[in-house]
Ligand binder design. Structure first.
Ligand code: 4AD
Ligand code: MG
Length: 449
């Protein structure tokens, strides 16, 4: 009987049986009659033990010679309770046959020694094979699935929005311009404006895709291309929006903790902070936040990562990273900051009645210095106020005519938000830098590979 071809993730079902695995050689040690091959197959890692007496002479010689990252097919008996160092799962394969599919070149660029970040980024196509990147991207996949599951199960309809767009939605300074058969077009910064059209047909919608911002500065939190999920809800005011956001974020975090415990452990993530991410989240108005910041700045409070003094903040200015870090540090859960000054936010946010200098907006700041993971707001309902806002932001009227018209045919109070996937992955995995949260990051000064 030919042994079944299996994946390492299912190895426990086959203890004592002969199976075939297909994968890549990650590490090799051994001497004399015994070779230990650490093999990776995409679903897990196993130690394959090649003993000279159990295998043909040619196959043993091939194993001994085999360069790292060679692809191979191995057949052997699954042994339980192995304590191979660095190999999770506790199983090993007692090898009886070994077939080399492609013998890798000897000079695989990534070795066990420390490499610089630029070198690793140049070799991202190989770096992805490392255990750490594997763990991060598996966490990402689970976060994405949790996002979709929660929205699909809570009455939201997925409606995809365009990537080639005629106008800015999140400020004109971060637009990527391209040519649309002789007309300038821009890569979408957001799908929100289209979501706002879609709610009139579907009530609750979301779009989920890549978005583009030509960010001009290098930071640990900004990509040029990032994935954003944007729910938009008819008949929804700001207060209800925040309740939806906290349910959503807590579901994503708790699902990931449950389903990716092994990966988070491999990343040495202290998950005690994440376990506390349960509604309700604290809410702080922008006014209150500014007061807290200035009181602390006067006391000489410093903020991570470099313990620089917290700068004071004049009312009306947007937060910098140290302000976000400081505000988040006051709580052990994500915190909503609401009612920002209208002047620092996008044109479409509803002004607070009787206090138009602030808008019905809220950002969600993640704990531990991970910064803003969600931006959201109630949307402007009055077509004349909206037109005035478009003028005030120096935006052309024509490309927004359809958007303004939405307010003339059955307008309702509505709200929505956008959650950045990579910021969320950074936070949940506890990463220093956003570059590791997506397979091929697009950053200032880097388009390759
Ligand atoms: O706050 P932002 O700009 O909000 C919007 O785009 C709204 N249209 C969303 C909506 O209401 N439908 O961006 C939302 C989130 C941020 O909180 C952040 O998580 C992420 O998108 N984000 C970025 N992530 C990585 N790199 C960048 N350059 C990002 N810019 C924003
Ligand atoms: Mg924002």
């Amino acid at each position: 009987m030919t042994p079944p071809i299996i994946r390492i993730e299912h190895i426990a079902r086959y203890e004592g049986q002969e199976v075939t695995l297909r994968g890549w050689l990650q590490l090799k040690t051994g001497k004399g009659k015994l070779q230990f091959l650490r093999v990776r197959d995409g679903t897990g890692i196993i130690q394959a033990v090649v003993f000279r007496g159990n295998i043909s002479e040619e196959e043993f010689e091939a194993a001994k010679r085999l360069p790292l990252e060679s692809s191979l097919i191995i057949t052997g008996i699954v042994k339980g309770d192995a304590r191979a160092p660095g190999v999770p799962g506790g199983y090993e394969l007692d090898v009886r046959h070994l077939q080399v599919v492609q013998e890798a070149a000897e000079d695989y660029p990534i070795g066990p020694k420390e490499h610089g970040v630029e070198f690793l980024m140049d070799n991202r196509h190989f770096w992805l094979r490392s255990n750490r990147q594997w763990a991060i991207l598996r966490v990402r996949a689970t976060i994405v699935k949790a996002i979709r599951d929660w929205l699909d199960d809570n009455g939201f309809i997925l409606v995809d929005t365009p990537i080639l767009t005629p106008a800015a939605a999140e400020g004109t300074t971060t637009l990527f311009q391209t040519d649309y058969h002789g007309t300038p077009a821009y890569l979408a910064q957001t799908g929100q404006l289209y979501n706002e059209a879609n709610i009139f047909a579907f009530g609750k919608v979301y779009c989920f895709g890549p978005t583009f911002r030509a960010e001009k500065s290098k930071t640990r939190r900004h990509l040029q291309e990032f994935w954003m999920v944007e729910p938009e809800i008819a008949w929804c005011k700001l207060e209800e929006l925040l309740e939806i956001e906290e349910q959503f974020v807590s579901y994503i975090v708790q699902t990931t903790l449950r389903e990716r415990a092994a990966e988070l452990k491999a990343l040495e993530r202290d998950t005690s902070h994440l376990e506390k991410v349960i509604p309700p989240f604290p809410r702080l108005s922008y006014d209150e936040a500014v007061a807290c910041i200035n009181e602390a700045a006067a006391r000489g409070v410093t903020v991570p990562p470099h313990d620089d003094p917290l700068p004071p903040l004049e009312w009306g200015n947007d937060f910098g990273a140290p302000h976000e870090t400081f505000i988040a540090s006051l709580f052990d859960k994500p915190v909503f900051v609401h009612h920002y000054p209208s002047a620092v936010k996008a044109f479409y946010m509803e002004p607070e009645p009787g206090r138009p200098e602030v808008c019905r907006s809220a950002d969600l700041l993640a704990p531990e210095g991970y910064g803003e993971i969600i931006g959201g707001s109630e949307r402007m309902s009055d077509p004349d106020v909206l037109l005035a806002a478009i003028d005030r932001h120096g935006l052309p009227r024509e490309p927004y005519r359809w958007y303004i018209d939405l307010r003339r045919y059955g307008s309702v109070p509505h709200s929505g938000f956008g959650l950045g996937v990579e910021r969320t992955v950074s936070w949940i995995c506890g990463l220093e830098h956003i570059r590791e949260t997506i397979a091929f990051p697009r950053m200032l000064g880097r388009l390759n590979p």
